[in-house]
Design a protein. Structure first.
Length: 491
């Protein structure tokens, strides 16, 4: 179910905190970051997705009269607060990485600035959209990478987690590298090419397999892909397909091929290729499906299976191997007396200690255009991070480990850098152009190509450096020491 603009798509504690802020911190300005803690699928990266739908949702957030009546019935909200919600609009600013960007753990993907009440409300919605679509886009990217950037068809509609899950998964899969979908509604909504062959029921509905193939070829001479494993792929399916191709070629049959949906895909695809070539059908395509994922595809490609297109369904749209992205949303600064005061979450677990203050990500490339490292820098127009001045001048820059203050390295001789986050919402209104989805997909593929192979491998990928600038390091570890000292003094 699509719920555009529905402000009740949130967790109850967001609303109870909002009511508390309404009475105690109504005028506080806050800054929140969304980031994730671990790359999904034990991989080395993620593909950022979900930005355009997020912007649409935030800019149309409203509490309807029915929403207010429902909240009133819970008997935990005051009339004054409910009256405030009746005219609620999101009026904050949002900065984000471009959709399709390759991103890494512990760096901000989305930064939200505004009244603390509205920043709090959108937490659940933001995480729901970005976590899911980034997860699926990453899975699709891994499958696309395994196929050596081949043709990936997404057809997971019937196995997706509900209607909205199917729509969102198709969108994200396309960004990650799928070239087409079987989901006709998603194709219409997002301009994604739609594709499909036939089901076993088509073959079984006719008196025999050959007639089923013949009638399909007559109907679709420009896209005649025949499913050959209904009865016996070797003894029946492939021979009948070749017979039909011969009979129909003189009548204008152009695009021809088969789909293998069961059995030993390496063996069957090699056999089919040999038989087609012997029969003179060197242009016949071989499609493969049947619970494919990146590991199976990688193995088949490594074995030189002559498969032209890969159908990915269940494993793709359900993100098989990782149930969710570890995305979180944390307050990093609050504005007092016109100045931002950095805040951070302290934890006994080092990886759960957040990076404070308003910040951006400087992505550094080598002279070949390959990504070298991401540097988290303070984003303060009044006092720009010194690391940005060093990058502008092409000087060596120190990269500080985000959780060990004694570990650092220096990068020099690099080619260029860019800052990742740009403003996409200003005062509650969209302020950026969102390109067509095909352009987002093309950008994602380019971005993946700029990531070194060692970070893309499936087993034990090399860890990409996400580091702190000198200023960020001093701020973070200084706040940690001060907080611990205050805690010890209070004991």
């Amino acid at each position: 179910m699509h719920v555009n603009g529905h402000a009740l798509l949130t967790d109850l504690y967001e609303l109870t905190m909002m009511q508390g802020y309404y009475y105690h911190l109504k005028n506080m300005h806050a800054v929140f970051d969304m980031f994730f803690r671990h790359a999904p699928f034990n991989g080395g990266y993620a593909v950022f997705a979900g930005l355009a739908p997020l912007v649409d949702e935030l800019c149309s957030l409203r509490f309807t009269r029915d929403d207010i009546e429902y909240l009133k019935s819970q008997k935990i909200f005051t009339d004054d607060f409910l009256g405030y919600l009746q005219t609620f609009r999101f009026t904050g600013d949002v900065y984000a990485a471009p959709e399709g960007a390759v991103v890494f753990p512990n760096e901000p993907l989305v930064r939200v600035e505004g009244n603390i009440i509205e920043c709090q409300l959108i937490e659940s919605l933001l995480l729901n959209i970005v976590n899911f679509q980034t997860l699926i886009a990453t899975k699709a990217s891994r499958i696309f990478n395994a196929s050596r950037q081949g043709s990936i068809l997404e057809f997971g509609l019937r196995r997706a987690q509900g209607v909205d899950g199917a729509i969102s998964a198709t969108r994200a899969a396309y960004i990650g590298g799928a070239s087409a979908t079987s989901n006709v509604l998603a194709g219409k909504m997002f301009g994604i090419p739609v594709a499909g062959t036939m089901a076993h029921s088509w073959v079984m509905a006719f008196p025999d397999e050959r007639q089923a193939f013949m009638e399909f070829a007559k109907l679709y001479p420009d896209r005649c892909i025949l499913l050959v494993d209904t009865f016996d792929t070797i003894k029946s399916g492939i021979p009948n397909a070749i017979t039909v191709f011969r009979e129909m070629r003189e009548k204008g049959l152009s695009t021809i091929g088969i789909r293998l949906d069961s059995g030993d895909l390496e063996y069957l695809s090699k056999l089919a290729r040999r038989e087609f070539d012997r029969a003179g059908f060197t242009d016949a395509k071989i499609y493969a499906s049947n619970e494919l994922d990146e590991n199976i595809i990688h193995q088949l490609v490594s074995r030189n299976a002559p498969i032209d297109s890969w159908g990915a369904g269940t494993s793709l749209v359900t993100a098989q191997g990782d149930s969710s992205l570890s995305g979180v949303y944390k307050i990093v600064a609050k504005k007092l007396n016109g100045a931002y005061l950095p805040t951070m979450k302290i934890s006994n677990t080092m990886e759960k200690i957040t990076n404070p203050c308003r910040k951006n990500v400087a992505r550094i490339y080598d002279t070949r255009g390959i990504m070298l490292a991401d540097l988290i820098v303070a984003d303060d127009a009044a006092a720009p991070d010194a690391a940005l001045r060093e990058l502008d001048a092409g000087k060596p820059v120190r990269l500080n480990h985000p959780s060990n203050e004694n570990v650092k390295t220096v990068v020099s001789g690099y080619g260029r850098y860019e800052t990742l986050l740009t403003k996409v919402i200003e005062h509650g209104e969209p302020c950026a152009d969102f390109p067509p989805l095909a352009q987002v997909r093309a950008a994602a593929i380019r971005n993946l190509a700029s990531l070194d192979d060692t970070h893309r491998r499936f087993i034990n990928p090399h860890i990409y450096k996400v580091s702190l600038s000198n200023g960020m390091k001093d701020l973070k570890f200084g706040l940690m020491k001060r907080a611990r000292a205050d805690t010890n003094n209070s004991l």
